[in-house]
Design a protein around this ligand. Structure first.
Ligand SMILES: Nc1ncnc2c1ncn2[C@@H]1O[C@H](COP(=O)(O)OP(=O)(O)O)[C@@H](O)[C@H]1O
Ligand SMILES: [Mg+2]
Length: 258
C-alpha cells in the first residue's frame, strides 16, 4: 500500500481539495483508495458523508474518532486489505513533532501551494521544517508540488514559479481557480465526477495521476504492461533526503524573490 500525505501547514491552500480529488481520480482508474482525515475540522469526512451512494465507494478513516495509542498501525488495520493507496488529508498549523509523526512511513508528499505572497512565505517556512524532518527519516519520500488556484499570466503565479524553481521542487500539476472544485466538494464528488465543465481540470489531474501512479493513467491497473515515467514526461522526482544540502542557499535566494 502506498501512503500519500497531502500537507501544507497553511490553511486554505487546497489540502482537502487535492486529497478528495486524488482519491476520486485513483478510484476512476480502478485503484482501491482510502481517505484518511487527519484534520480535526473533518472536512474530508464531511465530504465523504455527502458522497452519493451511486458512485464508487471510498473507504474513509478518521483517526480523531479512534481512541487508541498507536494510531498509525491501527489506521492501517482499518482499511480494506486490497487498498492500494492511502491518502492522508492533514490539518493546518502543523508543529515539528506533528510533522515528524505525519511523514513517518509515507511514500509520497503532495504540497498544494497558492500563488500569493502570504502563501509563498508560509510555504517557505513549512518546506524548511519538512527538510529538517526529512533528515530524521529513514526512507525518502517523493515530494511533488501542486500549484492551486492558478491564474495564468499573473505576477503572483510568476513569483510562485520562481520560488519553486529556487527550491528545486517539482511542480507535478497546476489546478486552475475554478468553481468546479467548489461545486464538487459540496456534493461529495471529485471534479472528474461532475456532469460537465471539468475538461480543463481533468487535464491537470492526468499529470498528477501520472506522477502518483508512475505510469500513464490511461493504462488501467488490469493492463499487463506498466509504463514507467520517461524523460519526456513533465514530472521530476526528488527525495526528501536529497534536499538539505541546498536548502540554506535556497532560502537566502527566497527572500530576494518575495
Ligand atoms: N482550485 C480551486 N478553485 C477554486 N476554489 C478552490 C480551489 N481549491 C480550493 N478551493 C476552495 O478553497 C477553499 C479552501 O480549500 P481547502 O481544500 O479546504 O483547503 P485546506 O484543506 O488546505 O484548508 C475551499 O472553499 C475550496 O473549495
Ligand atoms: Mg482541509
Amino acid at each position: 500500500m502506498k501512503k500519500i500525505l497531502v500537507i501544507n501547514s497553511k490553511g486554505g491552500s487546497g489540502k482537502t481539495t487535492v486529497a478528495t480529488n486524488l482519491v476520486c481520480q485513483l478510484t476512476r482508474v480502478g485503484e482501491c483508495a482510502a481517505l484518511c482525515d487527519d484534520d480535526p475540522q473533518a472536512s474530508s469526512t464531511t465530504w465523504l458523508s455527502a458522497r452519493p451512494t451511486s458512485l464508487p465507494g471510498i473507504h474513509g478513516v478518521n483517526p480523531h474518532q479512534i481512541n487508541i495509542t498507536n494510531r498509525t498501525r491501527c489506521w492501517q488495520q482499518r482499511v480494506p486489505v486490497d487498498t492500494g493507496y492511502y491518502v492522508i488529508d492533514s490539518p493546518a498549523g502543523i508543529d515539528l513533532p506533528k510533522l515528524y509523526d505525519l511523514i513517518r512511513g509515507v511514500d509520497m508528499i503532495l504540497i498544494p501551494v497558492l500563488p500569493s505572497i502570504i502563501d509563498i512565505n508560509a510555504t517557505s517556512d513549512f518546506v524548511r521544517n519538512l527538510i529538517k524532518a526529512g533528515k530524521v527519516r529513514a526512507a525518502p519520500a517523493r515530494i511533488g508540488i501542486i500549484i492551486n488556484r492558478s491564474r495564468e499570466r499573473t505576477l503572483a503565479l510568476k513569483k510562485l514559479e520562481s520560488f519553486l524553481d529556487a527550491l528545486e521542487l517539482p511542480v507535478i500539476g497546476k489546478l486552475n481557480d475554478s468553481q468546479s472544485y467548489v461545486r464538487a466538494i459540496d456534493q461529495g464528488l471529485g471534479v472528474c465526477e461532475l456532469k460537465k465543465g471539468y475538461r480543463r481540470e481533468q487535464r491537470a489531474w492526468q499529470e498528477i495521476l501520472h506522477w502518483v501512479l508512475g505510469r500513464s493513467p490511461s493504462a488501467c491497473k488490469t493492463e499487463p504492461a506498466v509504463q514507467r515515467v520517461t524523460d519526456s514526461a513533465p514530472v521530476v522526482e526528488r527525495s526528501a533526503t536529497a534536499l538539505p544540502e541546498t536548502s540554506t542557499a535556497i532560502f537566502e535566494t527566497l527572500h530576494s524573490l518575495v
